[in-house]
Design a protein around this ligand. Structure first.
Ligand code: PRX
Length: 636
């Protein structure tokens, strides 16, 4: 286990150096000592940078669920694997042991097979945060089906796009889901999306809310009766190291969402290794990550990472403000949570509320607190560190992405001294570099640049489903030979990294990645709209919010602006989901454009922020006169 756990700073530096000097040996040892394999690899890795092709643990055979479940049964069969904390605090929490998890996953795996799902088939999972979501994910992995989890806040149209893109054969959903005092009718959203998806043959429906649903004959089946009949054991499928494990969609700066493909062995090795070290997980700890399994954080650090380490992981169905703003704190106390991992947007929202909500609690159990998803501002960092961490628990600000599969840059608790707003140092095996505009690597410290990773790592996404060219173009062309993250960063005087934010057209709102292009495409579909541009502006709670500049067609100019604003947001809600709604909409006559016709978003960003002092060079604009008009009409 010597390589698996980082003990102190000296040990970190030693390991880091080794991982850079001898990556083969480094990952070989971790993979060899900490997992079970049907067959070992011929080579640790094999790359073709030019073609953006990466293989890890070449020709190894395994099943990730054997590593998540079966191998723990001897030692930890009666240990709780999953604690389910329902939305309603009056509903009893469930404790699912590793033995029970085995049986539930086996039954589900048998049901999937009986319903015609084979190795390699894609299965869409559209479920609320209930145990069945975890079980469905693991059952897919068990039989070698590729899971594509879609966050249960996406609209019917967004669900349809994702189902069609990867041609899912089945959807697993529920009658509905609870979120605070709302009930979401998931099944009817699926029904609507399936009008446009001919690839889906079966829909399995979990009963959660007991709400009315329409079951389509020959397609829709209630899950529970099938599970009742199913066998409680299952021989796991033998998977190749590079067989796809899952697809997870993330927004791009242009066009349709990108189905990031993660494969089996590399993802397993990285998520297990990073979970153990970044959260300093010890055998009897209770770990809670508040993300949704519909995002990568939930995949890697609610499910796979913790279960690979035989941990106890909490699945929380609800939201931080229900029934009141003390819910997170109550759950930490109730389940004696040792590691707590959440997002800056949640911290900012809770920090706005009265301190009485949090002061009632002492958090004696907490050892480590973590942050993920967007830059954490200094104020939020201190609030989190003081009020939740009690200035005693290390705060790990973890930087990573859907594409990276696992945490890349983060302090290691009790090892790396933390510094507010800094993700600090790369984990062993990860080689970040900063690049300048001329594509040169920037040496030394106290510098800023575009963040790239210069050597592959096991859990990197291997491709975009059905579009390898887009994968190459998006990640490997801006800085040839390197993976480009899309983020800007600075490196301080001791080599700590601070992520400053996206340098492309992706805006992070409440921790969710939103591409400007798909939202603009949507707005432009409104019959009154001629053209639009979306930019982000700083928001107290969400981090960023969206500001839309919209040019109307002549026919739309006399329309009531309030109604139009409502209709446009309605359209976005239906097509993408409520998370993409615009906070501000300004109707304008023109948008600042370069001579090549590109919208100068830099100027719009400045206007949205209310910073009129420094627009930079506007002389290249085709229509500089519109800037004044937009400035004058700015919405406060
Ligand atoms: O801009 C970075 C930001 O979130 C982006 C990745 O988003 P997504 O793929 O949805 O994954 C989020 C969860 C891993 C990054 O490109 N980001 C993520 N973590 C941090 C962050 N920005 C600053 N600090 C972080 N700790």
């Amino acid at each position: 286990m010597s390589y698996y756990k980082i003990k102190d700073l000296e040990n970190y530096f030693k390991m880091y150096k080794k991982s850079v000097r001898e990556p083969r040996k480094f990952w070989d040892k971790i993979a060899d000592e900490n997992f079970i394999w049907y067959q070992q690899w011929d080579k640790v890795f094999e790359f073709n940078m030019e073609e953006a092709q990466f293989k890890w643990f070449v020709n190894a055979k395994l099943n990730i669920t054997k590593n998540c479940i079966d191998r723990h049964l001897n030692k930890r069969g009666d240990k709780t694997a999953i604690i389910f904390e329902p939305n309603n605090p009056d509903e009893e929490a469930q404790h699912i042991t590793y033995n029970e998890l085995y049986e539930k996953v086996a039954k589900m795996a048998n049901v999937l097979k009986e319903q015609g799902i084979k190795k390699g088939d894609r299965v869409c999972i559209y479920l609320p945060m209930i145990p069945e979501l975890a079980i469905a994910v693991l059952a897919c992995a068990r039989i070698g089906a590729v899971h594509s989890v879609i966050f249960a806040g996406f609209s019917a149209s967004a669900v349809a796009t994702r189902i069609n893109d990867s041609e899912c054969k089945m959807v697993i959903t529920s009658d509905g889901g609870y979120r605070g005092n709302k009930v979401i009718d998931l099944k009817s959203i699926v029904d609507e999306s399936l009008f446009n998806c001919s690839c889906v043959e079966k829909v399995l429906v979990v009963k959660r809310t007991g709400g009315n649903v329409i079951m389509k004959e020959g397609r829709d089946i209630w899950l529970q009766p099938l599970l009742d009949e199913a066998l409680g054991n299952h021989v796991a499928e033998i998977m190749d190291a590079e067989d796809p494990l899952f697809i997870l969609y993330t927004s791009g700066s242009t066009g349709k969402p990108k189905g990031m493909v993660h494969t089996t062995a590399g993802y397993m090795v990285s998520t297990a290794y990073t979970f153990k070290n970044v959260f300093s997980y010890e055998e009897d700890d209770v770990y809670w990550c508040t993300a949704d399994i519909g995002w990568i954080t939930g995949h890697s650090y609610i499910l796979y990472g913790p279960l690979l380490n035989g941990a106890t992981t909490v699945i929380f169905e609800g939201i931080p403000s229900y029934p009141d703003h003390s819910r997170f704190w109550e759950v930490i106390e109730k389940h004696k949570v040792n590691q707590f991992y959440t997002a800056p947007t949640a911290i900012r929202a809770l920090a706005k509320e009265s301190v009485e909500y949090i002061q009632r609690f002492q958090f004696k159990s907490l050892k480590v607190i973590g942050s993920v998803g967007e830059p954490i501002n200094e104020e939020a960092w201190h609030w989190y560190n003081d009020h939740v961490g009690g200035k005693r628990c290390p705060l790990v600000d973890t930087w990573w992405q859907t594409e990276t599969g696992g945490i890349m840059i983060s302090p290691i608790p009790f090892v790396t001294p933390t510094k507010p707003t800094y993700a600090s140092l790369p984990l062993p095996g990860i080689q970040p570099v900063l690049m300048d505009e001329l594509r040169n690597e920037i040496e030394g410290n106290q510098v800023t640049g575009s963040l790239c990773i210069k050597f592959p790592w096991p859990s990197m996404a291997r491709t975009i489903w059905g579009d390898h060219q887009r994968y190459k173009d998006t990640y490997f062309t801006a800085f040839p030979g390197k993976y480009f993250t899309g983020d800007g960063a600075l490196r301080d005087e001791v080599g700590y990294y601070r992520i400053t934010g996206r340098v492309d057209d992706v805006i992070i709102v409440s921790g969710h990645n939103l591409g400007t292009a798909p939202i603009e495409d949507n707005i432009n579909e409104h019959p009154a709209v001629a053209e639009s541009a979306i930019v982000g502006f700083p928001h107290d709670v969400k981090g960023n919010a969206l500001y839309g500049f919209i040019i109307l067609k002549e026919s739309g100019e006399n329309r009531d602006k309030e109604n139009l604003t409502r209709e446009i947001n309605q359209l976005i809600s239906e097509q993408i989901g409520p998370i993409a709604k615009l906070d501000k909409i300004q109707f304008v006559k023109g948008l600042p454009k370069t001579r090549s016709g590109k919208i100068m978003r830099r100027i719009l960003r400045k206007i949205a922020e209310g910073d009129f002092a420094n627009f930079g060079d506007t002389s290249t604009l085709l229509n500089p006169e519109c800037v004044e008009e937009i400035k004058n009409g700015r919405i406060e």
